[in-house]
Write a protein that binds this ligand. Structure first.
Ligand code: ADE
Ligand code: ZN
Length: 355
């Protein structure tokens, strides 16, 4: 029985969100693939900021949608995070989190995403007195509904805000363990430099003992030593970003040897000035070095595009051919936390798909 008052039973939001720059979409490839690095709060489009702001009576420090979009110009990670955290003020109820995740899942499915492993930032909400239950229940309802609505699966990864320190992360893990079954893993994000992974050794060791997958942002703005620490101290299964690993030959050799997946986010790297221009993005060198590279959208509402926009940018800007794009799609499925049988089904569909 459908219950129209339950968020999962409301009509799907299938309309494509307007792109901030108003340009036409590049041709979509829609290869079957997984998205492994997307912050659900980074999918909060400007029009949704105003819609939820009005619904919740939250006054916003922006004149309107266009004024907000005009601020999507960043000098580094920190300048982005300031806006990212301030827009989250509109996310207050379980329905808000459902609507946010549902809109992302609808959009991602159009890009051929068959499975998404979605980050969320519990501390960014509990610090505003939003109950963790509202966050987790809203996101979980959207994830459960995605199978029938969009023919895709998804899992949730709770990230600790590294700039809030290890004690706050441990408190957050305590709270998360009351919702153990709602999450597949933990991650580490927010301001990187000055917050080395080793600070979080105990938190990750406890999460791993609970059977949670472990990933961490490292080597985005931070040095290669943070990637080593994430591997050796946190014992993560994937590195989020990791582009600065290329500065350390021994690290590249290790990552290639062990086929540690790197969740690279090209449009994010350009917008946050990790690389100057898409044409200079090192993804081709990373593939050449035998690294297990995947491509992802990070915070698509802010960085000018969803997953296939990232694929298209690499095709147009870096000149990746269809073999390389297929390799990236294949790597994403290989690097996912899916069970082997489901992974194989998706890989077979990828092999059978046409360009
Ligand atoms: N939180 C959201 N996006 C992020 C990014 N690119 N790096 C670190 N933390 C983030
Ligand atoms: Zn990220």
């Amino acid at each position: 029985m459908r219950d129209p008052t339950h968020p999962a039973d409301r009509p799907a939001q299938l309309d494509r969100p307007a792109r901030p720059d108003g340009n036409a979409q590049p041709d979509r490839l829609a290869l079957p693939k997984a998205e492994l690095h997307v912050h659900i709060e980074g999918t909060l489009e400007a029009d949704m900021v105003f819609r939820l702001g009005a619904r919740n009576g939250v006054r916003l420090p922006f004149a309107g949608v266009e004024d907000l979009r005009a601020r999507y110009s960043f000098s580094n990670l920190g300048s982005f995070l300031d806006l990212y955290y301030s827009c989250m003020a509109v996310l207050r109820t379980e329905d808000d989190f459902f609507d946010l995740a549902d809109a992302y899942l609808a959009r991602a499915s159009k890009d051929g995403v068959r499975h998404a492993e979605i980050f969320f930032d519990p501390q960014a909400h509990t610090s505003r007195s939003v109950p963790l239950e509202a966050v987790v229940n809203g996101l979980t309802s959207a994830v459960s509904a995605a199978r029938s609505r969009y023919g895709m699966s998804a899992g949730l990864i709770a990230c600790f805000l590294r700039d809030q320190g290890p004690d706050a992360a441990m408190d957050t893990l305590d709270q998360l363990l009351h919702h153990r079954d709602a999450i597949i893993g933990v991650g580490l994000d927010s301001a990187e430099v000055g917050y080395p992974p080793a600070l979080f050794a105990d938190v990750f060791s406890r999460a791993r003992a609970q059977g949670l997958h472990c990933v961490a942002h490292a080597g985005e703005e931070g040095p290669p030593s943070y990637v080593w620490e994430a591997l050796d101290v946190l014992r993560v299964e994937r590195i989020d970003h990791g582009v600065r690993s290329l500065e350390d030959r021994n690290l590249v050799a290790r990552l290639a040897d062990e086929q540690v997946p790197l969740t690279v986010c090209p449009l994010s790297n350009v917008r946050l000035k990790v690389v100057e221009r898409i044409e200079e993005h090192p993804v081709a060198a990373m593939l050449e070095a035998g690294l297990a590279v995947t491509v992802n959208s990070d915070d698509p509402a802010y960085f000018g595009g969803y997953l296939d926009d990232n694929f298209a940018a690499l095709a147009q800007g870096v000149g990746l051919d269809s073999y390389a794009l297929r390799t990236l799609a294949r790597n994403s499925l290989q690097a996912s936390f899916l069970d082997d049988a489901t992974r194989k089904t998706h890989l077979d569909h990828l092999d059978a798909s046409e360009d």
